[in-house]
Write a protein that binds this ligand. Sequence first.
Ligand code: NAD
Length: 242
Amino acid sequence: MVQRARSAVVFTGAGISTECGIPDFRSPGGFWTRYKPIDYSEFLASEDTRLEAWRRFLMIRETIARAEPGPSHRALARLMDMGHVTSVITQNIDGLHEASGIAADRIIEIHGNGTYAKCLSCGLRHEIDWVSEVIGETGRAPACTGCGGIVKSATISFGQAMPEQEMADAKAATLNADLFISIGSSLQVFPAAGLPVLAKQNRTPLVILNREATGLDGLADLVINAESGPVLAAVTARLDRL
Ligand code: NAD
């Protein structure tokens, strides 16, 4: 299927980065088995909750800062170079697709980006190191230096609106795809998981590659329950031999 594809879209979730040492959130022992996710409305409502959200974010960020692209990221970059894949839509905030050499304009980040923070009122960008310093020095959650508004990492929380442009780009890419491959996502988070559904509605073949069953396996033309790295490395190796 990949060999025939000329405009495949790959949709990735936290599972594609576990081989890089970044744990996913839902797997047994994952982050959310220890910490209940903080909803956007809770983040807005209380400074204590914002401080807790920042504490968790800064912890995860340390792991992300140490991580490098893994076999799956590298294989996808190769499939793009070979002309089979046109874009990557990712739910991840770790920046590893870009670090693997894929051009930024081929990557659509629908759950935002964890490398910086933004004021929720005026949109001013703030650096995460600055946030960390403010919390360290004052013990308070950071406020915008421009307007005093609430500062949040530029990632999308539960209950927060999806980024409009990125969602529009993701839908357009999905509708243009001749193959849609979901990798390392439980496909339980909507509206993100609506993209493979949209692909199928558009009669595009759907492949799901995930360690365990997902919510959309029944829709897929092919389901591979396996680790993504070895499977994708086998795909590129086979294409290399052709
Ligand atoms: P998710 O719901 O997409 O689940 C991840 C899936 O990947 C699981 O079903 C798991 O079985 C599978 N998986 C794990 N390792 C795998 C591997 N090596 N090969 C194949 N499949 C594998 O994601 P989540 O963990 O519930 O996280 C929810 C949201 O939190 C994500 O959508 C993302 O926005 C964010 N998040 C991002 C990162 C990151 O940027 N790396 C990490 C954790 C969570």
